[in-house]
Design a protein around this ligand. Structure first.
Ligand SMILES: NC(=O)c1ccc[n+]([C@@H]2O[C@H](COP(=O)([O-])OP(=O)(O)OC[C@H]3O[C@@H](n4cnc5c(N)ncnc54)[C@H](OP(=O)(O)O)[C@@H]3O)[C@@H](O)[C@H]2O)c1
Length: 219
């Protein structure tokens, strides 16, 4: 199969695009025919060696994937061949990554892709979606009508937080670094958007939420 992999960490030039053996699924793994992947900052930290961890050699880069199960291990029971799945947290702590035609992924890391959601959409929301969901629901416990400030609303995590917070019924103010990105944040549903390169962020937040914000999300 074709894969993007490293033999050693370092600059982007260390990424090799070439042939590797198609993996066999372990007992609790699914072999996923990868339909789409997405890139997160952590992929670059691991590729560069900035975040150090034990990596298999060769190491396939990438955390996120979406695709279709093509084979399952002897003790894997959650999915069957033909099921569409998405997942993240691969390429970490000794696990192989996802930037390949096939990935053998433990079934505990996979979730069913809803009908009507493309592989591209599912892969794009995977790590950023889980990050936003854990931060908003588990940690911040954001509630309807509360106010949240999202610093970096145009980024992967920030744009997801803006949309989830609006979905929860919160008042959302966010900051972005250009007029185009300000407009993009408005389209995502933000109630107020600050161009942090032109405006005073503190004053704009105070004008929007004189009593202060309930949640400050820093990306
Ligand atoms: N991706 C994930 O799922 C994930 C999970 C856990 C942790 N993280 C961490 O969270 C951070 C963001 O990740 P990401 O995937 O969202 O990256 P990203 O897509 O690159 O977004 C980062 C955003 O930060 C904004 N920004 C940069 N300088 C700023 C400043 N001075 N003031 C306000 N905003 C500024 C940029 O927006 P402008 O261009 O508009 O300035 C950019 O869109 C990274 O440190 C990453 O390691 C990410």
């Amino acid at each position: 199969m074709k894969a993007a992999y490293l033999k050693q960490t370092g600059p982007p030039e260390n990424i090799i695009y070439g042939d590797l053996p198609t993996p066999k699924p372990g007992p609790t793994q699914c072999l996923v025919k990868v339909g789409a992947v997405s890139l997160n900052p952590v992929d670059t930290y691991i590729r560069s060696g900035m975040v150090q961890m034990q990596l298999p050699v060769p190491f396939i880069v990438g955390c996120d994937l979406a695709g279709t199960v093509s084979e399952v291990g002897a003790h894997a029971a959650r999915f069957k061949p033909g099921d569409r799945v998405w997942g993240t947290n691969q390429g970490l702590l000794g696990r192989q990554g996802t930037f390949a035609e096939f990935a053998a992924v433990d079934e505990c890391w996979l979730y069913p892709t809803p009908g009507g959601v493309s592989d591209e959409q599912a892969a794009a929301i995977s790590l950023v979606g889980i990050t936003a969901h854990l931060g908003l629901m588990r940690d911040a416990k954001l509630k309807k009508s509360e106010t949240i400030f999202v610093n970096g609303g145009s980024g992967g995590v920030g744009s997801t937080v803006v949309q989830m917070a609006k979905g929860l019924g919160a008042r959302v103010i966010t900051a972005a670094g250009s007029d185009e990105k300000v407009e993009a944040c408005r389209k995502l549903g933000a109630d107020a958007v600050i161009n942090y390169k032109k405006e005073n962020v503190d004053a704009a937040i105070k004008a929007f939420a004189p009593a202060g914000v309930n949640v400050w999300w820093e990306t």
